[in-house]
Design a protein around this ligand. Structure first.
Ligand SMILES: [Fe+2]
Length: 230
Protein backbone atom coordinates (compact mmCIF):
# COMPACT_ATOMS: atom_id res chain seq x y z
CA UNK A 1 0.00 0.00 0.00
CA UNK A 2 1.16 3.51 -0.77
CA UNK A 3 0.99 5.45 2.50
CA UNK A 4 1.82 9.06 3.41
CA UNK A 5 1.49 10.86 6.72
CA UNK A 6 1.25 14.58 5.87
CA UNK A 7 1.33 17.53 8.26
CA UNK A 8 -0.14 21.03 8.56
CA UNK A 9 1.78 23.16 11.05
CA UNK A 10 -0.72 25.81 12.15
CA UNK A 11 -3.30 23.35 13.50
CA UNK A 12 -0.78 20.49 13.95
CA UNK A 13 -3.05 18.32 11.82
CA UNK A 14 -2.08 15.06 10.17
CA UNK A 15 -3.59 14.19 6.81
CA UNK A 16 -3.19 10.66 5.49
CA UNK A 17 -3.02 9.52 1.88
CA UNK A 18 -3.50 5.81 1.19
CA UNK A 19 -3.46 4.20 -2.23
CA UNK A 20 -3.50 0.88 -4.01
CA UNK A 21 -0.35 0.35 -6.09
CA UNK A 22 -2.10 -1.53 -8.90
CA UNK A 23 -5.31 0.40 -9.56
CA UNK A 24 -3.82 3.74 -8.30
CA UNK A 25 -7.11 4.35 -6.44
CA UNK A 26 -6.52 6.51 -3.37
CA UNK A 27 -8.30 7.85 -0.30
CA UNK A 28 -7.37 10.83 1.82
CA UNK A 29 -8.21 11.21 5.51
CA UNK A 30 -8.70 14.61 7.17
CA UNK A 31 -7.40 17.01 4.50
CA UNK A 32 -6.79 20.64 5.52
CA UNK A 33 -8.07 23.41 3.21
CA UNK A 34 -4.79 25.35 3.17
CA UNK A 35 -2.86 22.21 2.14
CA UNK A 36 -5.08 21.02 -0.72
CA UNK A 37 -2.61 22.22 -3.37
CA UNK A 38 0.13 20.13 -1.72
CA UNK A 39 -2.21 17.13 -1.63
CA UNK A 40 -3.29 17.53 -5.26
CA UNK A 41 0.32 17.80 -6.41
CA UNK A 42 1.21 14.63 -4.51
CA UNK A 43 -1.79 12.79 -5.95
CA UNK A 44 -0.78 13.96 -9.40
CA UNK A 45 2.93 13.16 -8.94
CA UNK A 46 2.05 9.62 -7.83
CA UNK A 47 -0.40 9.21 -10.71
CA UNK A 48 -3.27 8.43 -8.32
CA UNK A 49 -7.04 8.69 -8.70
CA UNK A 50 -8.66 10.01 -5.53
CA UNK A 51 -11.91 8.12 -4.89
CA UNK A 52 -12.83 9.16 -1.32
CA UNK A 53 -12.26 12.06 1.03
CA UNK A 54 -12.77 10.69 4.55
CA UNK A 55 -13.29 12.71 7.69
CA UNK A 56 -12.68 11.29 11.15
CA UNK A 57 -15.17 13.87 12.50
CA UNK A 58 -16.45 17.41 12.04
CA UNK A 59 -13.34 19.36 13.01
CA UNK A 60 -13.32 22.53 15.10
CA UNK A 61 -9.68 23.54 14.68
CA UNK A 62 -9.21 23.71 10.90
CA UNK A 63 -11.33 23.96 7.77
CA UNK A 64 -11.49 20.70 5.86
CA UNK A 65 -10.14 20.48 2.33
CA UNK A 66 -12.91 18.02 1.42
CA UNK A 67 -15.00 20.33 -0.78
CA UNK A 68 -12.00 21.68 -2.69
CA UNK A 69 -10.60 18.18 -3.24
CA UNK A 70 -13.97 16.89 -4.49
CA UNK A 71 -14.18 19.78 -6.94
CA UNK A 72 -10.72 18.99 -8.27
CA UNK A 73 -10.96 15.19 -8.39
CA UNK A 74 -14.60 14.05 -8.19
CA UNK A 75 -13.84 12.10 -5.00
CA UNK A 76 -16.74 11.20 -2.71
CA UNK A 77 -16.93 13.04 0.63
CA UNK A 78 -17.54 10.37 3.26
CA UNK A 79 -18.04 10.59 7.01
CA UNK A 80 -20.10 9.28 9.90
CA UNK A 81 -23.89 9.19 9.61
CA UNK A 82 -23.87 10.94 12.99
CA UNK A 83 -22.33 14.06 11.42
CA UNK A 84 -24.70 17.00 11.16
CA UNK A 85 -23.39 18.32 7.83
CA UNK A 86 -24.65 19.39 4.42
CA UNK A 87 -22.92 18.43 1.21
CA UNK A 88 -21.48 15.00 2.01
CA UNK A 89 -21.87 12.19 -0.54
CA UNK A 90 -21.78 9.12 1.66
CA UNK A 91 -22.58 8.54 5.33
CA UNK A 92 -21.12 5.62 7.23
CA UNK A 93 -22.49 3.40 9.97
CA UNK A 94 -20.32 1.44 12.39
CA UNK A 95 -18.64 -1.42 10.50
CA UNK A 96 -19.14 -0.01 7.01
CA UNK A 97 -16.37 -0.70 4.50
CA UNK A 98 -14.67 1.73 2.09
CA UNK A 99 -12.82 0.03 -0.75
CA UNK A 100 -9.96 1.44 -2.83
CA UNK A 101 -8.41 -1.00 -5.26
CA UNK A 102 -7.58 -4.22 -3.44
CA UNK A 103 -7.65 -2.55 -0.03
CA UNK A 104 -10.47 -1.79 2.34
CA UNK A 105 -10.94 0.42 5.37
CA UNK A 106 -13.47 -0.37 8.06
CA UNK A 107 -15.30 2.51 9.75
CA UNK A 108 -15.45 2.20 13.54
CA UNK A 109 -17.88 4.53 15.26
CA UNK A 110 -16.24 6.05 18.38
CA UNK A 111 -18.44 8.83 19.81
CA UNK A 112 -17.12 10.81 22.75
CA UNK A 113 -14.93 13.65 21.43
CA UNK A 114 -17.86 14.38 19.08
CA UNK A 115 -20.88 12.29 18.11
CA UNK A 116 -19.53 12.00 14.57
CA UNK A 117 -16.16 10.49 15.46
CA UNK A 118 -15.24 7.56 13.29
CA UNK A 119 -11.94 5.70 13.21
CA UNK A 120 -10.75 3.84 10.12
CA UNK A 121 -9.05 0.46 10.40
CA UNK A 122 -6.91 -1.10 7.69
CA UNK A 123 -4.70 -4.09 8.48
CA UNK A 124 -2.67 -3.19 11.55
CA UNK A 125 -3.21 0.56 11.16
CA UNK A 126 -6.03 2.57 12.71
CA UNK A 127 -6.67 6.23 11.95
CA UNK A 128 -8.16 7.57 15.15
CA UNK A 129 -8.83 11.25 14.52
CA UNK A 130 -9.19 12.92 17.91
CA UNK A 131 -10.54 9.84 19.68
CA UNK A 132 -7.09 8.87 20.94
CA UNK A 133 -3.75 10.52 20.21
CA UNK A 134 -0.20 9.76 21.30
CA UNK A 135 -0.37 10.14 25.11
CA UNK A 136 -3.64 12.08 24.91
CA UNK A 137 -7.30 11.83 23.99
CA UNK A 138 -9.68 14.20 22.27
CA UNK A 139 -11.24 16.84 24.51
CA UNK A 140 -14.84 16.40 25.60
CA UNK A 141 -15.88 19.93 26.57
CA UNK A 142 -17.69 21.03 23.36
CA UNK A 143 -19.30 19.62 20.17
CA UNK A 144 -21.37 16.92 21.94
CA UNK A 145 -18.27 15.93 23.90
CA UNK A 146 -19.00 13.28 26.51
CA UNK A 147 -16.17 11.74 28.58
CA UNK A 148 -18.25 8.69 29.51
CA UNK A 149 -18.88 7.89 25.83
CA UNK A 150 -15.23 8.54 24.96
CA UNK A 151 -14.01 6.23 27.72
CA UNK A 152 -16.15 3.36 26.45
CA UNK A 153 -15.36 4.03 22.77
CA UNK A 154 -11.63 3.81 23.47
CA UNK A 155 -11.90 0.81 25.78
CA UNK A 156 -14.27 -1.21 23.59
CA UNK A 157 -13.32 -0.17 20.07
CA UNK A 158 -9.61 0.76 20.20
CA UNK A 159 -8.08 -1.03 23.19
CA UNK A 160 -9.76 -4.25 21.98
CA UNK A 161 -7.57 -4.21 18.83
CA UNK A 162 -4.30 -6.21 18.83
CA UNK A 163 -1.62 -4.47 20.91
CA UNK A 164 0.69 -3.98 17.92
CA UNK A 165 -1.99 -2.05 15.99
CA UNK A 166 -0.46 1.27 14.92
CA UNK A 167 -2.45 4.35 15.92
CA UNK A 168 -2.28 7.30 13.51
CA UNK A 169 -3.98 10.31 15.14
CA UNK A 170 -5.34 13.55 13.67
CA UNK A 171 -2.88 15.74 15.55
CA UNK A 172 0.65 15.68 16.82
CA UNK A 173 1.01 15.78 20.58
CA UNK A 174 4.31 15.71 22.44
CA UNK A 175 6.17 15.48 19.14
CA UNK A 176 5.05 11.86 18.68
CA UNK A 177 3.49 11.24 15.26
CA UNK A 178 2.20 7.71 15.83
CA UNK A 179 1.79 5.18 18.59
CA UNK A 180 0.35 1.72 19.21
CA UNK A 181 -2.59 0.26 21.10
CA UNK A 182 -0.20 -1.55 23.47
CA UNK A 183 1.78 1.60 24.29
CA UNK A 184 -1.30 3.74 24.91
CA UNK A 185 -2.88 1.07 27.12
CA UNK A 186 0.11 1.49 29.42
CA UNK A 187 1.37 5.05 28.93
CA UNK A 188 -1.64 7.20 27.98
CA UNK A 189 -1.87 9.55 30.97
CA UNK A 190 -5.65 10.00 30.67
CA UNK A 191 -6.92 6.47 30.04
CA UNK A 192 -3.89 4.14 30.17
CA UNK A 193 -2.84 2.06 33.16
CA UNK A 194 -6.33 0.58 33.58
CA UNK A 195 -7.90 3.90 34.61
CA UNK A 196 -11.52 3.60 35.67
CA UNK A 197 -14.36 5.51 34.02
CA UNK A 198 -14.56 7.76 37.08
CA UNK A 199 -10.83 8.52 36.99
CA UNK A 200 -11.02 9.35 33.28
CA UNK A 201 -14.03 11.65 33.75
CA UNK A 202 -12.23 13.48 36.58
CA UNK A 203 -9.09 13.97 34.46
CA UNK A 204 -11.14 15.26 31.51
CA UNK A 205 -13.11 17.67 33.72
CA UNK A 206 -9.89 19.22 35.04
CA UNK A 207 -8.13 19.86 31.69
CA UNK A 208 -9.22 23.54 31.42
CA UNK A 209 -8.36 23.89 27.72
CA UNK A 210 -8.76 27.10 25.74
CA UNK A 211 -11.06 27.19 22.70
CA UNK A 212 -9.46 26.31 19.34
CA UNK A 213 -8.40 29.56 17.62
CA UNK A 214 -10.34 28.88 14.44
CA UNK A 215 -13.53 27.38 15.89
CA UNK A 216 -15.77 30.28 14.78
CA UNK A 217 -14.61 29.83 11.18
CA UNK A 218 -13.96 26.09 11.12
CA UNK A 219 -17.24 24.72 12.49
CA UNK A 220 -19.64 26.57 10.16
CA UNK A 221 -17.41 25.77 7.16
CA UNK A 222 -17.04 22.12 8.12
CA UNK A 223 -20.80 21.76 8.49
CA UNK A 224 -20.76 22.39 4.72
CA UNK A 225 -17.85 19.98 4.18
CA UNK A 226 -15.46 22.89 3.76
CA UNK A 227 -17.46 24.83 1.17
CA UNK A 228 -16.53 28.35 2.24
CA UNK A 229 -18.35 30.06 -0.63
CA UNK A 230 -21.93 29.36 0.44
FE1 LIG B 1 -11.48 17.41 16.87
Amino acid sequence: MIFYQLFEKESSTFTYLLADEASRHAVIIDPVLEMVDRDLKLINDLNLELTHVLETHVHADHVTGAHKLRKATGAIITLSAMADVDGADKFLEDGDIIRFGLYQLKGISTPGHTDSCMCYLIGNKVFTGDTILARATGRTDFQQGDPRKLYHSIQKKIFSLPEDTEIYPAHEYNGIPKTTVGIEKVHNPRIGGNKTEAEFIKIMSELKLSQPKKIEIALPANKKCGDTHV
